[in-house]
Design a binder for this molecule. Structure first.
Ligand code: SAH
Ligand code: SF4
Length: 362
């Protein structure tokens, strides 16, 4: 079983290459993708337009194995949180947030995260490894299955955000293949704007993402000056704010000035003053951006508090007066710890150091 390739690790191009390699036609990839992502069929017997010998060959050498749900929790507000089995002792969390006009699935890209942002529960938990493409796209397949998509054909998950556990741009190649499957008509067929990658600011990969995909980008800025950002988002020491904002401009220029999203977590007495808001306006000068203010979600052991509503509203008003579209993100699913930054899964942490360009495990 373990030496079988998992076909969920392949996007259209790489699956086509796989079929050529095994002496078949590359268009078989299209048939197989439709079975998996349109029909939800993951056993080869059910793929009736493939010949019997091909089905037998696939059965022998490959598998289609989405990750399994260990547990499901449903919040009072309709939000679901699934704990997804990855391997051995590791699991990650995936969250579904239904709203009147959309359904957003928040997916994980790594087991834990090596970047250690001070206000983030995942970051405080350590890092094990990158998720494979099958483990990333498998979260979407499994959530769709649980929500009945393959039976009814009615789309429940309309938007995907890479805002679960991990830093997606430190797992670029696997995330890119997952994005390809999300936006491919033979995959989940989502419009590019409905897929958002959130990053704490890995500049070289922001530039790659701009070239390789059309998806939306959200930047976890969280500070309005470099010194503060150094202390709460440590990756800023490798990729300083001024360079990050320049990369954001390159990104929006390549997208006809379509605004990107700036995420800003509201931490009481840390980054939430009127002066911070004014500095943020200056930072964003000339950048097409909308701002999402995220009320800080607490977790065991943190020393941070969420700003009071009064401070959040005053901060928002400064931005709005400067013509910056600003939304305060609603906290969803906090009764089941499914809100931003509360996702923990189970991470068998190994000591990891982030060095520019790659993660080093000790
Ligand atoms: N690693 C990526 C994506 C995952 S985090 C990133 O950092 O962008 C998704 C969002 O939740 C980020 O904006 C992150 O900064 C924010 N976040 C992390 N911890 C939080 C917390 N405790 N409360 C509110 N938002 C938090
Ligand atoms: Fe990692 Fe994002 Fe959490 Fe920072 S906020 S530790 S980058 S998951």
């Amino acid at each position: 079983m373990s030496n079988k390739v998992n076909l969920l690790d392949y996007d259209r191009k790489s699956l086509g290459e796989y079929f050529t390699e095994i002496g078949d036609k590359s268009f078989r990839a299209q048939q197989v993708l439709k079975w998996i992502y349109h029909q939800g069929v993951v056993d080869f017997e059910g793929m009736t337009n493939l010949s019997k010998p091909l089905r037998a060959k696939l059965e022998q050498n490959t598998c289609i194995k989405p990750p399994e749900i260990i547990s499901e929790q449903k919040s009072e507000d309709g939000t679901y949180k699934w704990l997804i089995q990855i391997d051995g002792g590791n699991s990650v969390e995936t969250v579904f947030i239904p709203e009147s006009d959309r359904g957003t699935l928040c997916i994980s890209s790594q087991i834990g995260c090596p970047l250690e942002c001070k206000f983030c529960s995942t970051g405080q938990q350590g890092f094990n490894r990158n998720l494979t493409t099958s483990e990333i796209i498998g979260q979407v397949w499994t959530a769709n299955k649980a929500l009945g998509y393959f039976e009814s054909d009615k789309r429940v998950i309309t938007n995907i955000v890479f805002m679960g556990m991990g830093e997606p741009l430190l797992n670029y190649d696997n995330v890119l293949k997952a994005i390809n499957l999300l936006t491919d008509d033979l995959g989940f067929g989502l419009a590019r704007r409905r897929v958002t990658v959130s990053t704490s600011g890995i500049i070289p990969e922001i530039d790659r993402l701009k070239e390789d995909t059309n998806v939306s980008l959200a930047i976890s800025l969280h500070a309005s000056n470099n010194e503060l950002r150094n202390s709460i988002v440590p990756i800023n020491r490798s990729y300083p704010m001024v360079d990050l904002l320049a990369a954001c401009r390159r990104f929006t220029e390549a997208r006809d000035n379509e605004p990107l999203t700036i995420e800003y977590v509201m931490l009481k007495d840390v980054n939430d003053s009127i002066e911070d808001a004014r500095n943020l306006v200056k930072c964003l000068n000339g950048l097409p951006a909308k701002v999402n203010l995220i009320p800080f979600n607490t977790f065991p052991g943190t020393s941070y508090d969420c700003s009071d509503m009064k401070a959040i509203n005053a901060f928002r008003d400064v931005l709005i007066k400067s013509n910056i579209i600003t939304i305060t993100r609603k906290t969803r699913g906090d009764d089941i710890d499914a809100a931003c930054g509360q996702l923990v899964g189970k991470v068998m942490a190994k000591a990891a150091r982030y060095q520019k360009g790659h993660i080093e495990l000790n």
